[in-house]
Design a protein around this ligand. Structure first.
Ligand code: CTP
Ligand code: MG
Length: 233
């Protein structure tokens, strides 16, 4: 099978609340989008990396121009983003299906533009653990903290046993045909795995890593800057 990647980058970053969408904020002179693309472009087994941005978005081309020359040949930007992450990912899958064309059993890795901390080793682990798997899976982390459910007025309504709970990360890697069908049938989902689960497909949890957290708030951005700030891109 062949391997492709789709990077949804069409969000507005409302919770972070900067004057540009968060994927264009920079750490050590490099945009979060470019940081997020780098491990995918370093993985020579991924044939094409498709970035999905909002219609009319002109920042993506500039962010991608900052990436090293050779890697850019496998990078494509399409301005077909939609109203939700699911819409953006599905539009990316349809673009891949038209060009270069995807077989039903080829693999697609979906990785958030807002996860700049992914390591080469976690990416390789995802691929290795899914070798021969019929459907696919995702990087995720077991919940380590005690989990509370909030009631009205900010008081605790319940303590939720953390046993068996995992936090979903990306990349999420699935067979192209089943993933496309699942996303078409389940517009309500917030990740690819949920669409596959709704189709009763087996979804494998693969150990992720703390550093692969999603930059959602200003606090996250500060934390990621501390992590990547001194790193060589
Ligand atoms: N995304 C997308 N299209 C959308 C919404 C989100 O491609 N309509 C992308 C984001 O750009 C991001 C990833 O999906 O890379 C994860 O989404 P999230 O963290 O929710 O980003 P935003 O939607 O931009 O942030 P917020 O929800 O705070 O507005
Ligand atoms: Mg969002």
């Amino acid at each position: 099978p062949r391997f492709f990647a789709v990077v949804p980058a069409a969000g507005v970053g409302a919770r972070l609340g900067a004057d540009v969408p968060k994927q264009y904020l920079e750490i050590a002179g490099t945009s979060l989008l470019a940081w997020s693309l780098r491990p995918l472009l370093r993985a020579a087994w991924i044939e094409q990396v498709l970035v999905v941005v909002a219609p009319g978005d002109e920042r993506a081309a500039r962010a991608c121009a900052a990436l090293a020359g050779g890697a850019r040949e496998r990078l494509r930007v399409v301005a077909v983003g939609g109203a939700t992450r699911r819409d953006s990912v599905l539009a990316g899958l349809l673009a891949l299906d038209r060009d270069p064309g995807c077989g039903g059993h080829d693999w697609v890795l979906v990785h958030d533009a807002a996860r700049p901390g992914l390591s080469d080793s976690a990416l390789a682990r995802l691929r290795d653990r899914l070798d021969g798997h019929p459907a696919g899976g995702l990087l995720a982390l077991p919940v380590a903290d005690t989990v509370k459910r909030a009631g009205a007025g900010g008081e605790v309504a319940a303590t939720v046993p953390r046993e068996g709970l995992w936090l979903a990360q990306t990349p999420q890697m699935f067979r192209f045909g089943p993933l496309r069908a699942a996303l078409e049938r389940h517009p309500e989902v917030t990740d690819e795995a949920a669409a596959m689960e709704a189709q009763r497909e087996p979804v494998l949890l693969v150990a992720g890593e703390r550093r692969n957290f999603k930059v959602t708030t200003r606090d996250d951005l500060d934390m990621m800057a501390a992590l990547l700030g001194d790193a060589r891109p």
